[in-house]
Structure formats: C-alpha cells, structure tokens
Design a protein around this ligand. Structure first.
Ligand code: ADP
Ligand code: MG
Length: 273
C-alpha cells in the first residue's frame, strides 16, 4: 500500500468525547492501524479502565501488567509498559488494566496531577520510542484521566456519532478544552472531527453530518466512517477492522481518514521527494 510521509514532528492526539459509545475507541485503534499499515509508527495509549483499545489491539492487559496506570503513578517508564500489537510491528500500545479504575481518585492527591502523562511521555521518551503518532484513547468522562490526556497532547480529535443528540455535550467538551488551554496547555486545539457510524440510508445521518460540518468547518475530515457490522465484530477477534476485513467499507474509510489526517501534518518545511 501507499507509504505516508513521516510528519515533520511527532503528533500527539487525544481522542475525546465524554459521551460513551460514540466511537472513540474504535476510531483510536482503527486510525492507528491505518497509519501503521501506511508506514508510520503509532503508539496507542489506552486511558480507559475498560481496556477496550488494548483488547482490539490484541495486547496483554490483565491486572498487574505494566500499563497506563503504573505510568501515571510513576511506577514504570513508558518503554517498560509498551507492547507491540501482534498484527503490526509499527503498532505499539500502552495498555489499560482494571487497575486504572481507581486512578481518577488516586491522582487527586498527587503532585502535578494534571501533568503526569505529559511527564511520562515527554519529547525525549517519544523520540526514544521513535513513534510518528501517539493516539490517546480517553474514558467517557472529563475527569483527571481525560485532563492528563489533554495536557499530554497538542491535538484533540472528536469523534461524533451521526445520530440524534450528536452535538449534545460537545459544548461542554469544548469549554473543557478551552480551560485546559488557558491554564495547563496553551498548544491544545481541536484539530480534527470525525463523523462515525454514518448510515447513508437515513436522512438523519446527512442532517447531522451537515450540522457538524457547519459548526466545525474544515476541521471535519472528508472521510466518514459508515455504520458497519465488520467494524463492531473486529474487536471480538482481538483485531482492528483493517486486519479483520481489509476490503470492507469500514476498513477503507479508516484508511481514508488516516491518509487525510496524516496529510494535514505535511508542512511547508517538508521536502518533496
Ligand atoms: P466509545 O469508545 O466512544 O465508548 P466505541 O468505539 O467503544 O465507543 O463504540 C461503541 C460501540 O459501537 C462498540 O460496540 C463498537 O463496536 C460500535 N461501533 C463503533 N463504530 C462503529 C461503526 N462504524 N459501525 C458499527 N459499530 C460501531
Ligand atoms: Mg471507549
């Protein structure tokens, strides 16, 4: 397949939306897989105690496995928590175990509680891991785990489900992003919006897509992820849809989204081959 150009600098992207079930995890693992298939090295950081991203990437995440929990509390270094997905040597994952479930509360009393992930994944660490992209999968809340993800990243990617109430809660998410930007991470911005679970047979899906594009403009990727059974089946096999059924519409749409996302990183300083 096509090889994407390496980004001019490492891109750290937080996948956030405090609504559950909008496709955060699905988007994280499938975009990561798409970028890896196209020649880039990607680290997925699973910050949801449910560990669904870890499951989909086929990495070990039983309780006690070095994970994002130990990383946040400073018990392990990133390099000691990273696993390689069995499906691609360019696809790395710091898993989440159930041990992360208490972290939201444990973090409250910790020094620099909002900056712990940033510290663990600083530029030097990412250079050593030699990754082009870091994608952070957030839990469905705006608590300290999500704040840590927003401090560690420059970009936020918001998946929006093409359903009723799609934009519900997005205003609150944007206000939280502004707060983090004002107080903790001036570089943070919403770089990308991705429409997910699009059902072309319904008028509603088109109306939602139109409303989201009006609201977010060019931030919205042209690629739209269709609602597809293959996409929802893949994690059950410890796979992304790109491994499970590479020819499916779901796989193709995530490949397109990955290409578009990577294309946006090409700056004027990047030399043409
Ligand atoms: P979140 O991480 O935001 O809670 P998930 O990515 O876990 O959301 O998705 C919620 C549910 O929807 C999961 O069961 C997932 O398999 C399913 N799903 C996500 N994207 C699609 C899609 N494009 N087509 C069909 N099912 C999907
Ligand atoms: Mg999730």
């Amino acid at each position: 397949s096509v090889t994407l150009p390496k980004p001019a600098f490492r891109r750290v992207i937080t996948i956030a939306n405090q609504k559950g079930g909008v496709g955060k995890t699905t988007t994280t693992v499938n975009l990561a897989s798409a970028l890896a298939l196209q020649g880039l090295t990607v680290l997925v950081v699973d910050l949801d105690p449910q560990g669904n991203a870890s499951t989909a990437l086929g990495v070990v995440h039983t309780s006690g496995t070095p994970s994002s929990y130990e990383l946040l509390i400073g018990e392990v270094k990133a390099v000691d928590a990273v696993q390689t997905s069995p499906h691609s040597e360019r696809l790395l994952c710091i898993p989440a175990t159930i041990d992360l479930a208490g972290a939201e509360i444990e973090l409250v009393s910790m020094v620099a509680r909002e900056n712990r992930l940033k510290g663990a994944l600083n530029d030097k660490v990412l250079a050593e891991l030699d990754v082009d992209f870091v994608l952070i999968d957030c839990p469905p809340s705006l608590g300290l785990l999500t704040v840590n993800a927003m401090v560690a990243a420059k970009e936020v990617l918001i998946p929006i489900q093409c359903e009723y109430y799609a934009l519900e809660g997005v205003g609150q998410l944007l206000r939280n992003i502004e707060l983090v930007q004002a107080h903790l991470n001036p570089d943070l911005h919403v770089s990308t919006v991705l429409l997910t679970m699009y059902d072309g047979r319904t008028k509603l899906a088109d109306q939602v897509a139109e409303e989201v594009r009006k609201h977010f403009g060019d931030t919205v990727l042209r690629a739209v992820i269709p609602r597809s059974v293959k996409v929802s089946e893949a994690p059950g096999y410890g796979m992304t849809v790109l491994d499970y059924d590479p020819g499916s519409r779901g796989a193709m749409s995530y490949l397109d989204a990955g290409r578009e996302l990577a294309g946006r990183s090409v700056t004027t300083t990047t030399q043409e081959q």
